[in-house]
Design a protein around this ligand. Sequence first.
Ligand SMILES: Nc1ncnc2c1ncn2[C@@H]1O[C@H](COP(=O)(O)OP(=O)(O)O)[C@@H](O)[C@H]1O
Ligand SMILES: [Mg+2]
Length: 220
Amino acid sequence: MTMKSNAVTSPIREVEGLSVRYGKVEALHDGKLTVGAGQIVSVIGPNGAGKSTLLNAIMGALPQTGPAKGTVRYLSKDVSALAIERRVSRGMYLVPEKRELFATMTVEDNLMFGAYRRKRAGERNHLDQFEHVFRLFPRLKERRKQAAGTLSGGERQMLAVERALMGKPQLLMLDEPSLGLAPLIVKEIFHIISALRQTGVATLFALGRSAEFQARNKPL
Ligand SMILES: Nc1ncnc2c1ncn2[C@@H]1O[C@H](COP(=O)(O)OP(=O)(O)O)[C@@H](O)[C@H]1O
Ligand SMILES: [Mg+2]
């Protein structure tokens, strides 16, 4: 698997010697990467290369069968032993490959759920991102009373990203966000991610081979 990265002045996330085994299978061997503030880093590889394993290990969301070895640092602190909830509350967020929206809940309710961490942390303005994310994705504003399960694939992916943004993450990880989506939608999503960069959010992508081709031909 290729791990590409550029020079980093202010690292948000550093990973060192990360290895993950599922029983006898070593899915990830000695992974190492750094993501800085305002950077977009992508891990690229074919199916089964270990991309999802890497992202899940960073998030602390691996199944019990796959304990991770190695160090995950976030904002200079070792978070390797922290539970997923603790990592979320520090501003890490993973949009998993399967998107995992609440299908019977409306667009709006899914978004509120994204802000739940901030609400629980006592932030009185925890819904302040509503207008901002609707400005980024006007199409979802029109559909805010619609059940998430009735959205198209592209709209669902937008909602998954938008829900993540409601929590104001500092590190946003996206697992194959372009999988199964039309090129125009992919372009739209990549455009939004590159706008996020201006706000200092660090983004880590996992991309399959075809997405790599797209990204190379249309740089972010
Ligand atoms: N929960 C699991 N239990 C056992 N093996 C797994 C599990 N998840 C992934 N694997 C295996 O680990 C390897 C890497 O998978 P994955 O991280 O999903 O790759 P990618 O996201 O790059 O397609 C694959 O060989 C896969 O079959
Ligand atoms: Mg995967």
